[in-house]
Write a protein that binds this ligand. Structure first.
Ligand SMILES: *Cc1c(COP(=O)(O)O)cnc(C)c1O
Length: 395
């Protein structure tokens, strides 16, 4: 059996998204900047996609900028706030320790340029505290950026409250909503969000297309220079087919959100319930504030990478840490940020399921994971020490 359980890494393209994009590849392939009617057809498709996306998050079409993905949207939001802040002598940014690298590495780059960055703790439950955000705010703070939902442990942050706090103080607030868009309701007005990033391939659109929402009057600085596309804020001929697919996929996901969640939750709960029976295992991140499909657990005495390889042999696609860090031997910065010791964080498994998964697939995972964990422990020198009591159990 083949089971794709890595939907937080990427998703399949939905039929609706594919059907929506094909005409713009095969027939109406004009350049939206061309003045003739054939080009204008593509321009109209872009406008329609902009309206659809805006509607899904409570924004207006003029506040939607299409990008090459979530990473670009994060980069542009953060760099824009920093450049504008610097013009007013404000060079302090606030974020959290467990952001995606698209955010963390952008902040690191700014730090090297002389900006100051405060990375907030996310506590053992994987949720940042409002008091901590409030306590970090300074007169020279030019941006607060906190992710909507974490990509590894699935915890949801108090976005509306952080937004309200920032709004009160006149500080721009950005959220990386890549793991939330299409999976949870988002209303940028009600949630006091000034800038928000999305990525199509996390909700059944193709890879390489994303959205930056920027509230009216929120100044944006170009990351890509060139033509006047996206109202002069993002140069480059638009990825018309990808953008059309993104809009179709987002609309479909938003329209079926309740139904999808109702399908995913019992599968996720069964995974948690059954895999928790494995001795010396631990669920990572509070289940109280959680996206529907993400399951992250640690199993003591094993290496996450070995677990993944053996699961792959059984047809199960899963992950350990984020795709960006796999290949390196460092444990996930997210798991370390919630206070897990290195040796525990090494034995992590992320299963991220979606509406395309079935209960039969969940049963396959539940059958395979305990066996593989038991096998890896049987050959693990660390587990041997844990069992003998010469090394203390940490979970
Ligand atoms: C996937 C992801 C990104 C990056 O999006 P791309 O479109 O792949 O560049 C950024 N942030 C989070 C939270 C993600 O999960």
């Amino acid at each position: 059996m083949f089971v794709y359980a890595d939907n937080a890494a990427t998703t399949c393209v939905s039929r609706a998204a594919l059907d929506a994009m094909l005409p713009y590849l095969l027939e109406d392939y004009g350049n939206p900047s061309s003045l003739y009617a054939f080009g204008q057809k593509a321009q109209e498709a872009l406008q329609e996609a902009r309206e659809t996306v805006a509607k899904c998050i409570g924004a207006t079409p003029r506040e939607i900028y299409f990008t090459s993905g979530g990473s670009e949207a994060d980069n542009q939001a953060i760099v824009s706030a920093a450049r504008v802040g610097a013009r007013h002598g404000k060079k302090h940014l606030i974020s959290t320790k467990f952001e995606h690298h698209a955010v963390l590495h952008t902040l690191k780059k700014l730090e090297k340029e002389g900006f100051e960055v405060t990375l907030l703790d996310v506590h053992a439950d994987g949720v940042v505290r409002l008091e901590d955000v409030e306590g970090a705010i300074r007169p020279d703070t030019c941006l607060v950026t906190v992710m909507f939902a974490n990509n590894e442990i699935g915890t949801i942050q108090p976005i509306r409250e952080i937004g309200a706090l920032c709004r009160e103080r006149g500080i721009p607030f950005h959220t990386d909503a890549v793991q939330a868009a299409g999976h949870m309701p988002i209303d940028v007005v009600e949630m006091n969000i000034d800038m928000l990033s999305m990525s199509g391939h996390k909700f059944h659109a193709p890879k390489g297309v994303g959205v930056l929402y920027a509230k009216r009057n929120m100044p944006l600085v170009n990351i890509i220079e060139g033509g006047a596309q996206e109202r002069g804020k993002r140069a480059g001929t638009e990825n018309v087919a990808g953008i059309v697919a993104l809009a179709a996929a987002l609309k479909e996901s938003c329209e079926h959100m309740e139904e999808n969640t109702a399908k995913i939750l019992p599968m996720r709960d069964k995974l948690f319930a059954e895999l928790s029976k494995i001795p010396h295992s631990k669920i990572n991140g509070s289940l109280e504030h959680h996206v529907p499909g993400t399951v992250n657990m640690c199993f003591e005495g094993i290496e996450g990478e070995s677990l993944l390889l053996l699961l792959d042999r059984e047809g199960i696609c899963a992950s350990s840490g984020s795709a960006c860090t796999s290949g390196s031997l460092d444990p996930s910065h997210v798991l370390l940020s919630i206070g897990l010791p290195h040796e525990v964080a090494h034995g992590s498994l992320r299963l991220s399921i979606g509406e395309y998964n079935s209960m039969d697939e969940i049963d396959h995972i539940i059958e395979v994971v305990p066996k593989v964990v038991a096998y890896l422990r049987s050959i693990s020198p660390v587990w041997d020490e844990l069992e003998k009591g010469t090394r203390p159990h940490l979970i």
